[in-house]
Design a protein around this ligand. Sequence first.
Ligand SMILES: *[C@@H]1O[C@H](CO)[C@@H](O)[C@H](O)[C@H]1NC(C)=O
Length: 418
Amino acid sequence: MISDKVVKQETRTNESSKMGRTTVLRLVDRQAPSILRSLFYLILVCILVLAVDVMLLQYSKNSRSNQLFGYDNMGMPQRRSRPSLDSEEDSRSMRRPMRHKVKPDPRGPLPSLAVPINRAYFESSNVTCRKGYARTRLQNLYGDRFDPDIPLFVDSSFLDRPNAVNLPMPFGFRDAERTVLNILKHMPQTEIPEDIPQDSCLRCVVQGNGGIASRTRLGEVIDNFDVVFRLNSAPTINHENDVGRKTTFRMAYPESAFRRPEQYDPGWTFVLMMFKPLDLVWLETIIRGRKMNSRDGFWKKIPLSVPKPTKDFRIFNPEILQDTASMMGYQLNDGKANKNIPTSGMLAIMMGVRLCDEVAVAGFGYDPNKPGAALHYYDSLPMREIWKSWTHDIHHERGILRLLKQQGIITDLSGGIR
Ligand SMILES: *[C@@H]1O[C@H](CO)[C@@H](O)[C@H](O)[C@H]1NC(C)=O
């Protein structure tokens, strides 16, 4: 009897434990979605924490860079108030007490400037200008090989100018005359923009795109020039302290032009360097306010339209390219491009020398000993990329830039030309 009961009890407990196990399993089953849910919340919290971290980091970077603003001992006693130019961020950080006073910059020491410029002077209205200075010196150096009288921009008289049509693109407009004429029909202005006072002594600066421009804190010095050249799609936004805000001319070709509409803020003139016949097709479409419907034939993404009034467009005169290439000792190869095309930076300098009395440059110079250094001040391409260029002879151009600097034709503000 007893054994019988025990057996029954045992079976019962067995059954109940079996039942218990299934209940637990069922419970787990039922709880699985809520476990997933809590995992999801956990991940969400993690992301939020990360976001706050990044914001804090950004904040500390900002205050640090503002501290670095007056790093040189040449004097940067006080920032002049320039309300129209000061961004909200700047005024905010001026009110805030500076932090991280002793923390070293994780990016290493600031670059030393080869030219010990007096920032306070360069930023003030005291700065002087020597009439015809750069042009005369370039003439001394190259004599007749430098033609100072070439018009900067293409106008309908180009057909009468032998050097504008003697070679095909990019050195001239041979075989593309009709397209150029068509474009000019839609281009109301071809002369130097009215707001440039040509009768006064003009100080110009070409802001190059070199990595050396980052952390130079030359922004206010750049903005104090009469004319500021910028190249390709180099931004000013978020780099104002180093490269300034002012733009007078931006020189680019379709593949190097800004692609986002908001980057075409008003107030600057778009100088288009036309290197191949397809570039003219692009320009004709753009200037008639139409949209390109294909990117075929371009080697990089191009803007399909440009939100700028036609009065702000100019075509860079290829005669200047031809003149510069010859001056630099390049073979023109009946127009074939083969490491004989001066860079946009060099072309801007040569435009600057023709337009202005003094020419300064910033953000120029590549250091072949630092292949991993930053090529541009605004992206993370390494320096070694530039040496792959098949259109530019970077080594040769470096020598020319050195010569221009030695001869005082250009003033190298950031000291990268060595
Ligand atoms: C500008 O010139 C004035 C008058 O000569 C002088 O007092 C002032 O210190 C100069 N400012 C700078 C930044 O050189």
